[in-house]
Design a protein around this ligand. Structure first.
Ligand SMILES: *[C@@H]1O[C@H](CO)[C@@H](O)[C@H](O)[C@H]1NC(C)=O
Ligand SMILES: *[C@@H]1O[C@H](CO)[C@@H](O)[C@H](O)[C@H]1NC(C)=O
Ligand SMILES: *[C@@H]1O[C@H](CO)[C@@H](O)[C@H](O)[C@H]1NC(C)=O
Length: 317
């Protein structure tokens, strides 16, 4: 899920913020949150270099989402929501805010049941906005954010407060730092990163049947080995569970067309898949993905074919 060879760390921060702050369906908000992040970075560089603190009301949000999930989203799934919160709190609070490992979350993950529908897994890298439209139209796709853990923690920020940090501005001590959390890239074991890393790994380990991978052909290194997909998810896919890895490379409507199934880093991905014994397919010009982009931006010249086709259909009927 993260990216870029030259600046892997800073790009991880951008992706991290996108995970944490952008709502599921809004493409423009992703752009806004990234720009906001860049502005924040400029404002803070040289001074604080710190982000927002833990999301206010995090406990009520997480426990509330948990009940929503087991009651409305996936009724029938049983989960002790209070216990999930307790284990989450246990992992995060009173830790130094840069020292929460994936292992610290194991009890929490053990407290969460999960369902894994085959043939529906959707992976993506650098195509977040489009992935959300795609998954919204094809309701059968299952992304990390549709899993219980993804649903609970989507868009949230958190970090613990060191016991001896001496920050007594809060009336009551909760163990979370609500004033600021460290930069995503500032620590090796960032509490937010560690949770998403483990969640991504579990998601990929359980993937089965046909899986779909959406990659961005308008950037160099559409497949990047340091991304969450390239570093965690790909390694965790099991060739005995997965029948086909169906890669879809999608470019922006007006390009650039930098990578494709026969060009650039996608070839490295195909090579890795082959060497690990996966069957795969790769599509460059998926019409559905193109039409989805055109719906959001119908004036583009590359969308005129669809627009003209529709007009003819209307007049001739
Ligand atoms: C990080 O956590 C581990 C185990 O939870 C602990 O042994 C270590 O001292 C901690 N390091 C820092 C710098 O807090
Ligand atoms: C590809 O990545 C660029 C840069 O991150 C982004 O602006 C663009 O929306 C992405 N394209 C698609 C189709 O997701
Ligand atoms: C899985 O993918 C392969 C290759 O794209 C396709 O032939 C097959 O019909 C797919 N199976 C399912 C169950 O979607």
């Amino acid at each position: 899920m993260y990216k870029r060879a030259t600046l892997p760390r800073s790009n991880e921060s951008v992706r991290g913020l996108m995970i944490m702050t952008s709502p599921k369906t809004s493409a423009s908000f992703v752009t806004i949150s990234v720009s906001l992040w860049l502005v924040l970075l400029q404002l803070c560089s040289g001074q604080l270099r710190q982000q927002l603190g833990t999301t206010p009301n995090i406990k009520h949000i997480v426990v509330g989402r948990c009940y929503t999930y087991i009651t409305l989203v996936n009724p029938g799934l049983w989960c002790d929501c209070e216990e999930v919160w307790r284990q989450f709190e246990e992992a995060v609070v009173h830790q130094s805010s840069c020292n929460v490992t994936v292992e610290d979350y194991h009890h929490m993950f053990n407290a969460m049941p999960q369902i894994w529908p085959c043939d529906r897994f959707l992976f993506w890298s650098k195509t977040r906005a489009l992935m959300h439209s795609y998954a919204a139209v094809f309701r059968h796709f299952w992304t990390l954010e549709d899993t219980l853990v993804g649903y609970l923690f989507n868009d949230l920020i958190w970090c613990g407060q060191d016991d001896d940090s001496g920050n007594d501005t809060c009336e009551f001590k909760t163990g979370f730092d609500f004033s600021s959390c460290p930069d995503w890239s500032a620590c090796r074991n960032h509490p937010v990163y560690s949770l998403w890393r483990q969640a991504s790994q579990n998601f990929a380990e359980m993937a089965c049947g046909n899986i779909t991978v959406l990659l961005n052909g308008s950037i160099v290194n559409a497949f990047h080995k340091r991304s969450m997909f390239g570093s965690v998810e790909l390694d965790s896919l099991n060739p005995h569970r997965v029948n086909y890895v169906n890669i879809k490379v999608v470019t922006n409507l007006d390009g650039p067309h930098i990578e494709s199934c026969s060009q650039g880093s996608i070839l490295d991905l195909i090579q890795i898949l082959q060497s690990r014994g996966f069957q795969w397919t790769c599509t460059d010009s998926d019409q559905t993905l193109m039409i989805l982009q055109c719906i959001q931006d119908p004036k583009r010249s590359s969308c005129q074919t669809y627009a003209d086709g529709n007009r003819e259909g209307l007049t001739s009927s």
